[in-house]
Design a protein around this ligand. Structure first.
Ligand SMILES: [Zn+2]
Length: 159
């Protein structure tokens, strides 16, 4: 048996070895989701127990800054709102300007809140790195964890 006793589906049943639980339902969700077993979850949480997350989209580039007064005046016609310095690893003197619509598109979040059941919430609280992606109920697809924050916080899932 290669079955991992530490993992079950949310209803406590064994994880199907054929992966059939990953088949998608019409609403985009999987037929079943893998969680840590009730016994594993009972060992204690390393994060608060949270039930809802928000699809905020990909993180913005790290070296983003506001425009200087001179830049704002010079480029007013273009609608630029931020400047991204590429940094020493790429080129310290080179970067690019961003408009607000470009920033919004680049992050790609729909801002919808998705809630989940207790076994899933407890699995995140027990092992924040258990999952690599999660479901957005508005986009109806599974997306990387870094596109989501816990509701009411700035904290990305998976941390
Ligand atoms: Zn979404």
């Amino acid at each position: 048996m290669s079955e991992d006793p530490k993992r079950t589906l949310t209803d406590g049943s064994p994880v199907p070895s054929d992966g059939s639980h990953r088949a998608l339902k019409p609403n985009g969700q999987q037929r079943g989701y893998v969680v840590l077993s009730a016994e594993e979850r009972a060992k204690g949480f390393v994060r608060p127990l949270r039930f809802a997350y928000v699809h905020v989209g990909r993180p913005l580039p790290p070296n983003l800054r506001d425009l200087t007064e001179a830049e704002a005046k010079q480029y007013a016609a273009y609608g630029y709102v931020k400047y991204e310095a590429y940094g020493p690893d790429r080129s310290p003197t080179v970067g690019r300007f961003w408009t607000q619509p470009e920033l919004d598109r680049s992050t790609g979040g729909c801002l919808a809140t998705t809630t989940m059941s207790l076994p899933l919430a407890e699995t995140y609280a027990r092992d924040p790195k258990f999952y690599g992606g999660t479901f957005c109920c508005a986009c109806r697809e599974h997306l990387p964890l870094e596109e989501f924050v816990w509701e009411g916080t700035q904290q990305r899932l998976g941390n």
